[in-house]
Ligand binder design. Structure first.
Ligand SMILES: Nc1ncnc2c1ncn2[C@@H]1O[C@H](COP(=O)(O)OP(=O)(O)OP(=O)(O)O)[C@@H](O)[C@H]1O
Length: 317
């Protein structure tokens, strides 16, 4: 379990993290999301004692990282800019780590196997691709078989096979009861991998909770309706408390009402339906909506696609 209390980090007059408090629980994969510069890496570095909080406190299983007698066995971390001697082989790098932390040499072979590095384990790390380097970073994080894993952008540079491998690996680690905290900018991947989300923007927590709750909390579920009498149906659904948009003639997108209620309302008024489909919003759409005010480094291209204007707005339920 990772617990942060009022955690703040300032670099000169820049406040990277503003008094955040959160809990990352064991047995779940918790995704850490936020735009560039939001404070994710800074927070992760403070968890593993690489950065000292300006104020506040963060603990892993009740103690600050440095207070643990064998911190590597407690927390395994993949953070960017890992110092690996380029002239060493992956196996030698892991063997040195194992020797200095009283970890059995047998474990080196195990993590090489687990991370798919067997064929390159004796090659110089300096010649590794980004993806191979990531695998070695994950192997290092797993070496001491820690209860808690902190992975900053673990799928960065991995091919689709590697991305799927990380997904399965972290899900398995969480299923074993471990605490897994990982960041990624790939929303579709995060939606498939994480149970819980912690969303941060400009150093402050924007929201947190189970993935589906976070999505529903921002965008809710939309029901797509097609009917030759859409114009008659729209005010009825609005009166029932729905928010309705019409993306095209004869079609409605309804928020705030269930498909069941929409179908029954249409039946009561003898309105024919040609389509009634519940659509889940994507994590990417929810993330864009959540972080639109928290993006510091925005490109000068066209704004993201937005929903059509509401034609009827009902009371929210
Ligand atoms: N060592 C440092 N000195 C000064 N400013 C820093 C330092 N490290 C981070 N910052 C600043 O703190 C803020 C948070 O940075 P951080 O790297 O934690 O963001 P992030 O969410 O991990 O971003 P990204 O998604 O781009 O990796 C940024 O504005 C960054 O420029």
């Amino acid at each position: 379990m990772i617990e942060a209390h009022d955690l703040t980090k300032r670099y000169g007059d820049k406040t990277a993290v503003h008094g955040i408090s959160f809990t990352v629980r064991p047995g779940t994969v918790t995704g850490f999301l936020g735009p560039n510069g939001a404070g994710k890496s800074t927070t992760m570095r403070m968890i593993v004692g690489l950065d000292e909080p300006t104020s506040g406190r963060v603990t892993v299983n009740g103690k600050r990282y440095a207070e643990h007698r064998t911190p590597l066995r407690e927390v395994g971390a993949l953070l960017e800019a890992k110092a690996v001697h380029p002239g060493r082989s992956a196996r030698a790098h892991l063997a040195v780590m194992a020797a200095t932390h009283h970890i059995s040499p047998k474990r080196v072979g195990e993590v090489i196997e687990m991370t798919g590095l067997s064929t390159v384990a004796n090659k110089r790390v300096g010649g590794f691709s980004l993806g191979m380097g990531q695998r070695l970073g994950i192997a290092s994080a797993l070496l001491a078989d820690p209860q808690t894993l902190i992975l900053d952008e673990p799928v960065n540079g991995l091919d689709p096979d590697g991305v799927q491998w990380v997904r399965n690996l972290v899900r398995q680690l969480a299923a074993e009861g471990r605490t897994v905290f990982l960041s990624s900018h790939l929303m579709s991947e995060m939606a498939q991998t994480a149970d819980h989300l912690l969303v941060i923007g400009k150093g402050r927590i924007i929201t947190s909770g189970p993935v589906q709750e976070v999505i529903d909390g921002v965008l809710g579920t939309t029901v797509r309706v097609r009917s030759p009498q859409a114009a008659d149906l729209a005010p009825l659904l609005q009166a029932a408390g729905g928010t309705i948009t019409s993306p095209e003639p004869g079609a409605l997108e309804v928020r705030g009402l269930t498909g069941e209620l929409i179908g029954n309302t249409a039946l009561d008024h003898h309105i024919a339906l040609h389509e009634l489909a519940t659509q889940q919003a994507s994590l990417e759409a929810a993330y864009m909506a959540l972080t639109q005010d928290a993006v510091e480094y925005r490109s000068e291209t066209a704004p993201p696609e937005t929903s059509p204007e509401p034609i009827h707005s009902g009371a929210s339920r």
